[in-house]
Design a protein around this ligand. Sequence first.
Ligand code: BES
Ligand code: ZN
Ligand code: ZN
Length: 506
Amino acid sequence: MTKYTVSDKPLLEHTTEGYMYLVPENFSFSKNFSEIAKAYFSELEAFMKSRDFTGKKGQVVSIPVIQNKKVKHIFFVGMGKKDDKQFTLESYRRAIASGVRAAESHTIESVAVEVPYNKADFGYDISFIAQQTITIAMMAAYQFDEFITDKSAKARPLKELVYVVAKKDVKAAQEGFEKGQIIGEAVNRTRYWVDLPANKLAPIDIAKKAKELAKKHGLKITVFDEEQIEKMGMGGIKAVGQGSAHDAQLVVMEYNCKKKNAPTLALVGKGITFDSGGLNIKPTGYMETMKEDMSGAAAVINTLVAISEFKPDVNVVGIAPLAENMVSGNANHPGDIITFYNGKTAVVGNTDAEGRLILADALAYADKHYKPTAIVDVATLTGACSHAVGPFFSGLLSQDENLVEKLQAAAVTSGDSLWRLPLIDAYKVMVKNSLADLCNDGKTKYYAGATNGACFLSHFVGETPWAHIDIAPAAFDVPDTPYYRPNTGTGAGTRLLIDFVMNWKS
Ligand code: BES
Ligand code: ZN
Ligand code: ZN
């Protein structure tokens, strides 16, 4: 377990193995570091120069020093220029993560960090910066190593972080830290579920985990099994799950606030524990990472967990349709016609466009039973979205400007980035069909694959304001980002949804 604390004790007085300074570009050496140089390393300025350290984004230099007969490391991490747009919140997140990784690469397990905090630089208060610091440090330290038996092959991520602030800021930073830890835990739990392969995590395993968490956090939960799903008329989830040896499940989790007549937000997440493509089977090179196809469901469930601790004045329902898309004698066929929970029908044009089939039932269920103020779904829905925006963004598709504005704001503050893609009525003919109401693979002459997915889903939300977030680009193996690791989940959607719910105003 990692320990995170806030302190107003001077940085170099901590007993941690490492000390970390976040340094803006073009910093003044004499002002900031001459004392350190005097005490520990007289050639510090020359050393920084020899390493071209100017405080540029992503730069890290470290020096070993002797303090009270112990070897300590001092890290200087570049944050970029203060006076241009580079000095953004995201540069800050990356600087923190780079520092945490630098410590890890030196097998240093505890660090104290000092951030030259000035509200004008960030435009955010200290509590929020503290929250970001801890969430990102936790994300940077996450690793999926439980199946590596050779201990020496495992990374040794940070175990302790002390955030050093001015005395007047301790309380606010402490509050931010507590929030940040709740978010970090939710994000890393999402990532862990994503990283568990399909033989370790079937629909029923996610349902079990959701039940355990609901019990622990006082959330209401209902889980429907495959038989109940079929009986309720959820032909989409049934069709997708029927080829698998593992039963499909539908998880419905509720956070109910104390405030009377509070609005309800519905969050819906795609939960395909493995997407083989079904009979329209995926070729080699496209199937290997398809354990990630439950990222949306994991984000939704773990958002509910975080929300249960924050207790905002808004009701939230989280719905996760869970199934495995497999090939078998019982699998659904291309050309099958299915009926969804709201009575609409569709031809299964392509068994690999299964996400929209399970989401259709879940969205219709959310709309009918909760009459929510807004619905947001998150899903690893299309490869097309990755081609359009990937990998540093998820696609945002909505015709509701109010929701778009709120989600885009949440994306910026949370760091869970969005890029808007087109969704207009003219595209909706894409999903029409002559044999049934709809077809799940659109007419290719319109190209826009992510839009196509959204058009299909639009038939299941009634008149409720709704936004679709295609996290296919950003959910797994995002490169060049110091708070992610190669070949692992990113938790996409989790930070976004938590921020979106916490800042909801009707
Ligand atoms: N799960 C995939 C989308 C995906 C691809 C997610 C790559 C993450 C990374 C989805 O079910 C799928 O296969 N979509 C098809 C839709 C098509 C058949 C209309 C796709 O994108 O090719
Ligand atoms: Zn698919
Ligand atoms: Zn899929």
